[in-house]
Ligand binder design. Structure first.
Ligand SMILES: [Zn+2]
Length: 492
């Protein structure tokens, strides 16, 4: 409704500018007064990325160059604002409600995938782009059925109905879809011999191929995907992991976020009508849930690389391209500083971590756990790991005591899901020993997390190109939809 009103006002004011200047509504909807339209729109969303995630990454980079004046590329965009993220039913949103706000301009309840509070389907910005005959693309480092990508391509009352969401996505007519999550697409009896989570025997990749898609499934297809030269009118689906893609720090044999973004732009930019592309750095959120600062930083840097690909495209097409960079919410209650380190910071302490908390668990700690019990486990066995994988050496007596306690809890399989509040506060439901490692690193660096969940801290929004001047001041996440909608439809 609001959208139609704004559009109407725009038409009114461009035709009757004297009348329009006297109207109060016009002052509010002033952003519409542009003559240019954005033929190409690239929306980049850092999941869980607020100002603290960005500033921590800046400080991390600055530590190696001995400067406090280091910034990510998008921090230099001239047009910036602060964005509120609340859901319809909760101050602290989830990615489904936050994504729905960005994709449809409507607030909804947590868990809703582009449906309103009454569970009616909402039309998404990607569908509006399709109305304009634009090509469309979704790129993410999570499962493509995860909330943020899903809100652009699917409607569902429940974010967890990922098999249903996959069907919507397969039939969304999206031009380019890349990320993780083939398990919700391929049938249990698939020819790739890969893991499926489907409960029917449909194979959505086979169905998509019948609709003309070129598919790349599993890590084994990574090279083929990277070497593929997209042609005009190609439709591409690339799913490189059963679930989420690996953390950037773990450098798997999967395309990076920037490589996928680059391939997407190569494909979509061949459309003379232009394109809409959403790119999600989806695992900043997961690393922050687990309070793993370094993995969050490395995924933020991978996200920045993807933004650079968008900037490079903009530089060749500055007159008809809009880039918006934002976060969907903050995760972890991350901040730069905490009580024990007071005014001190030591980000160089973070620079020797080589793998994520997740990879350390899967590849190393789980094996130790299986081969030890309470009678023979010892922190001494793992001191080499702590040094090599996390750069943690010269452990203090206090650090050894807390690691020893956490190790015993891990080995005993004790309360990992945190039935007792104190355990939850200590480890958030994650593996106690690995959490203790990252906690020690954070404490040494002077980084702190206050939560294992999201927070309601506003996020930063950064914009470049056509209509980017509308990204200014403080506004709500639903306004980002309106800015993109207006930019695409100006003069249409
Ligand atoms: Zn989250």
């Amino acid at each position: 409704m609001k959208r139609k009103l704004i559009l109407l006002l725009a038409i009114t004011c461009s035709c009757f500018s004297i009348f329009a200047q006297g109207s109060k509504e016009l002052t509010i909807s002033n952003p519409i007064l542009t003559n240019k339209n954005a033929k190409n729109v690239i929306l980049l969303i850092g999941d869980g990325m607020s100002i603290a995630q960005i500033a921590t990454t800046d400080a991390f980079l600055g530590a190696s160059e001995n400067t406090y004046d280091k910034h990510l590329n998008f921090e230099n965009f001239k047009n910036q604002g602060l964005t509120t993220t609340y859901a319809q039913d909760r101050l602290i949103t989830d990615s489904a409600a936050a994504g729905t706000a960005l994709a449809t301009g409507s607030k909804t309840y947590c868990g809703g995938i582009s449906v309103d509070i009454n569970k009616n389907n909402l039309k998404t910005i990607l569908e509006y782009a399709q109305d304009l005959n634009k090509s469309t693309g979704i790129v993410t480092s999570t499962r493509v059925t995860h909330a943020t990508p899903a809100v652009f391509l699917a409607n569902n009352i429940d974010r967890d109905a990922e098999n249903e969401i996959a069907v919507d996505e397969a039939y969304s007519n999206v031009t380019f879809l890349a990320g993780g999550g083939y398990r919700n697409f391929i049938s249990p009896n698939n020819s790739y011999n890969l893991k499926s989570k489907r409960t029917d025997d449909r194979d959505l990749i086979v169905e998509m191929e019948k609709m003309g898609y070129i598919s790349f499934i599993g890590e084994n297809d990574t090279t083929k995907f990277l070497n593929y030269n997209p042609k005009k009118d190609d439709k591409i689906v690339g799913l490189f992991a059963a679930s989420h893609l690996d953390y950037a720090i773990d450098k798997a044999n999967q395309p990076t976020l920037s490589q996928m973004t680059s391939k997407a732009i190569e494909t979509l930019s061949q459309d003379n009508d232009g394109f809409f592309l959403m790119v999600e750095g989806g695992r900043i959120d997961h690393a922050c849930h687990a309070n793993d600062a370094v993995s969050a930083i490395e995924d933020t840097l991978a996200f920045e690389e993807a933004v650079q690909v968008a900037i490079d495209f903009y530089n060749e097409n500055p007159n008809d391209t809009l880039i918006i960079v934002t976060g969907d919410h903050e995760t972890g209650g991350l901040t730069l500083g905490f009580a024990a380190t007071a005014y001190e910071s030591a980000y160089n302490q973070l620079q020797n971590q080589k793998i994520s908390y997740e990879r350390y668990g899967i590849d190393y700690f789980n094996k130790y756990k299986k081969s030890h019990d309470l009678s023979n486990c010892s922190v001494n066995d793992l001191i080499g790991d702590l040094d090599y994988y996390f750069g943690l050496n010269n452990l203090s007596q206090d650090e050894i005591i807390s690691l020893d306690d956490a190790l015993k809890r891990s080995i005993a399989g004790e309360i990992i899901k945190g039935s007792q509040i104190n355990d939850y506060l200590l480890y958030g439901g994650y593996e106690p020993f690995i959490m203790e490692i990252t906690h020690i690193l954070n404490k040494r660096a002077g980084v702190a997390f206050t939560s294992y969940s999201h927070t309601a801290v506003p996020v930063g929004t950064f914009a470049l190109g056509v209509s980017s001047e509308k990204v200014n001041g403080m506004f709500d996440n639903t306004d980002i939809f309106n800015i993109i909608y207006d930019a695409m439809f100006a003069n249409n």
